[in-house]
Design a protein around this ligand. Structure first.
Ligand code: ADP
Length: 196
């Protein structure tokens, strides 16, 4: 199964992706996590991405596409994967379609977590607060100022993917404002129907 989770920052993609990993035994490919790991390891990619990420803007399509192409060739992706935070631009959406076609693969479904913008900044600030309380590092982009820019980037560059996948008959929507377990249940229903 190959699926994409789509939605603005703070929509709950990461949480739901984790649950899908556990239930279906396929990996979560989070470009945000991959980029943060590159920044931490101070690789060439990490050095190029750091300032852009800290400002809440998008890293170049070229960098992100290359990271994903490399990742999906690893053995654990053979049975499928969950893309979380990728694709985030129309160029990336075309790139992933090409990547999969070259490998004789296809996308099963794109699930959009539909949320109320006003709730998002609160969720992000809560995530930062929880990390702080647990003594974990707080993401540099998890604050109200950078969040605004992340949301703007989402509307400018990522939201057009909703129309793109709708037109490709791949889009399914879930109510991302429902309780976490309800969101999971909605997603599982879509997956069951898709694989039927
Ligand atoms: P969010 O919580 O906003 O969904 P992520 O953890 O997915 O954030 O990503 C954090 C940052 O990493 C983004 O703001 C962006 O700078 C960069 N990034 C992640 N995925 C992509 C992508 N597919 N294309 C470009 N930049 C990306």
């Amino acid at each position: 199964m190959r699926l994409i989770l789509l939605g603005p920052p703070g929509a709950g993609k990461g949480t739901q992706a984790q649950r899908l990993v556990e239930k279906h035994g396929i990996p979560q490919l989070s470009t945000g996590d991959m980029l943060r790991a590159a920044v931490k390891a101070e690789t060439e990619v990490g050095k190029r991405a750091k300032a852009v990420m800290d400002a809440g803007e998008l890293v170049s399509d070229e960098i992100v596409n290359a990271i994903v192409a490399e990742r999906i060739d690893q053995d654990d992706c053979a049975r499928g994967f969950i893309l979380d935070g990728y694709p985030r631009t129309l160029v990336q959406a075309d790139a992933v379609a090409d990547m999969l076609a070259e490998r004789g693969m296809f996308l099963d479904v794109v699930i959009e977590l539909v949320v109320d913008d006003k709730a998002l900044v609160g969720r992000i600030l809560k995530r930062a607060e929880e990390a702080r309380a647990a003594g974990q590092p707080v993401r540099k982009d998890d604050n109200a100022e950078v969040f605004d820019e992340r949301l703007r980037e989402y509307y400018k560059k990522t939201a057009p993917l909703i129309g793109y996948y709708y037109a490709n008959d791949l889009l399914q929507q879930v109510d991302g404002m429902a309780a976490m377990d309800d969101v999971t249940a909605q997603i599982e229903e879509i997956i069951a129907a898709t694989l039927r």
